[in-house]
Write a protein that binds this ligand. Structure first.
Ligand code: FPP
Length: 240
């Protein structure tokens, strides 16, 4: 794979934790714990491959509707990630950002998120966006509301700049594991020209080899952004 074919920004819907656990007669939260292990490995693998931004969907605006023990299990995983993973990520040069509506989170968790972001703000090796209590519609609505409150005109450019992910370019590649072929309210605005990759693998089984398969699939795509193939071909190749 040539270096130029590596996506700058990879985003992932980490689906299938529940099924992974249920098939093993384990509680769903055990699947999320295993999913955390897969996420840790995936981040390191992305870094090795030269990906500069990784964005993951950890908790959607709709996930509050899950059984209370699963919601609290995911909150505990977030707290654990803040305590155990962030210091390690800091040492590895990763800048951590949390993307989503923080209003519904406890004051302690909100302080933890702010601390993690401040603590890693100077890192430049890889940006790691954790979408938590996030929804694409929420993001577009909050961006429009922020512009309206400031009396600014709503244009594609101004809205783009007011989104919660304005600190990174749009994802080049969006991966969804777990067999479903939909975005489920993830990065609705930013996905306009992203390449989509779906795999039946459940998230806890998504290992380095699976990521490489996704990257190879991406490398074989032709991204035209509304242009024709001929417009994209370099002049020498076009003449041949
Ligand atoms: C979707 O699988 C997965 C989630 C809702 C949670 C993803 C969370 C992690 C991978 C752990 C990392 C967490 C943090 C806080 C950083 P599902 O439960 O919908 O699976 P199913 O479709 O098989 O039921």
């Amino acid at each position: 794979m040539t270096q130029g074919a590596i996506p700058h920004h990879v985003a992932i819907v980490m689906d299938g934790n529940g099924r992974w656990a249920t098939r093993r007669y384990l509680p769903r939260v055990a699947g999320h714990k295993k999913g955390m292990d897969a996420l840790r490995a995936c981040l390191r693998h992305c870094d090795e491959r030269g990906v500069k931004v990784l964005t993951v969907f950890a908790f959607s605006s709709e996930n509050w509707n899950r059984p209370p023990e699963e919601v609290s299990g995911l909150m505990e995983l977030l707290a654990l990630a803040l305590a155990r993973e962030v210091p390690q990520l800091k040492n590895e040069g990763v800048r951590v950002k949390f993307v989503g509506d923080r209003a519904a989170l406890s004051e302690k968790v909100r302080a933890g998120l702010a601390h993690a972001e401040a603590d890693t703000a100077g890192n430049t090796r890889l940006v790691f966006n954790v979408c938590f209590n996030y929804g694409g519609r929420w993001d577009i609505a909050q961006a429009a509301a922020a512009l309206a409150a400031r009396g600014e005109a709503i244009t594609e450019q101004s809205l783009d700049g007011a989104l919660a992910l304005a600190h990174v370019p749009a994802p080049d590649l969006i991966i969804r594991t777990g067999g479903e072929r939909r975005l489920s309210n993830f990065l609705l605005w930013q996905a306009a020209y992203s390449e989509l990759y779906f795999t039946d693998k459940l998230w806890p089984e998504f290992d380095g080899a699976a990521l490489d398969e996704a990257l190879a699939d991406y490398a074989a795509r032709e991204r035209r952004f509304g242009r024709t193939s001929e417009q994209l071909a370099p002049p020498a190749r076009r003449a041949a």
